[in-house]
Design a protein around this ligand. Structure first.
Ligand code: C5P
Length: 219
């Protein structure tokens, strides 16, 4: 890990899940602790970057020296990212963004009745794809995506990188990394797949930050 390898770079990171309301007391969310995104934010800061972290709900403290904005929904995350993305050199999209929100969310708590047949029906609409939108910005930041898969990691990660039109994607197997401090990832880029050594999320975050610094085009 070369100190100051991101010196002067403005790095924008999303982390954690998003949370989509059903009513004031119920939400739909993704399983994500935020640990990987927060570890990358800290590693980028230690590498000399100016770091903005747009975070969904997590139990984690803000990494020292990082500028954090907390959001709930995917739409709020999208809005905050779009405010900062144009002024960023690098965008690392770690968040597990909910793919849909509930269109018929209620402003008051949905009451349970004795009738099982009264169970509510939820109606969904797609959330914006934050990473794909940033990747399509003219003169936008250099984009890094994440893919947590349960099978066919190499194939899906490669396809996702090409589909989102981004230079680098980090892939992992969801069941190996969820709810743990340990992680195993591989980097996917134009050259193919590169396995990184396993380690705790702080160690792997440093390797990821170094890999990004090594690939960033020189101005
Ligand atoms: O296949 P999927 O679209 O979920 O790809 C995952 C990658 O896309 C991750 O980097 C994730 O942060 C990002 N993503 C996003 N906005 C979405 C869905 C996924 O930025 N609505």
């Amino acid at each position: 890990f070369t100190p100051k390898s991101l010196l002067g770079k403005r790095v924008l990171i999303t982390a954690g899940p998003t949370s989509e309301p059903i009513d004031p007391v119920r939400v739909l969310t993704n399983r994500s602790s935020g640990k990987t995104g927060y570890a990358i934010a800290l590693a980028a800061k230690q590498a000399g970057a100016e770091v903005s972290l747009i975070s969904g709900p997590t139990a984690l403290p803000c990494p020292y020296g990082v500028n954090r904005v907390q959001v709930q929904t995917a739409q709020q995350m999208f809005d905050q990212v779009m405010l900062v993305a144009k002024h960023s050199d690098v965008f690392i999209s770690v968040a597990a963004v909910a793919d849909w929100h509930v269109v018929n969310a209620q402003t008051n708590k949905i009451k349970k009745t004795e009738q099982a047949s009264d169970a509510p029906l939820l109606e969904f609409a797609a959330n914006p794809d934050i990473l794909a939108t940033v990747a399509a910005l003219p003169q936008g930041p250099w984009c890094v995506g994440f893919a947590a898969e349960t099978e066919n990691l190499s194939q899906y990660a490669h396809e996702k990188r090409v589909r989102k039109n981004i230079p680098m994607l980090i892939g992992n197997l969801a069941h190996e990394v969820m709810d743990t401090d340990h992680t195993t990832v591989a980097i996917f880029d134009e050259q193919g797949e590169h396995a990184l050594p396993s380690g705790n999320k702080a160690q792997v975050a440093e390797l990821i930050v170094q890999a990004i610094a090594d690939r960033l085009p020189t101005p």
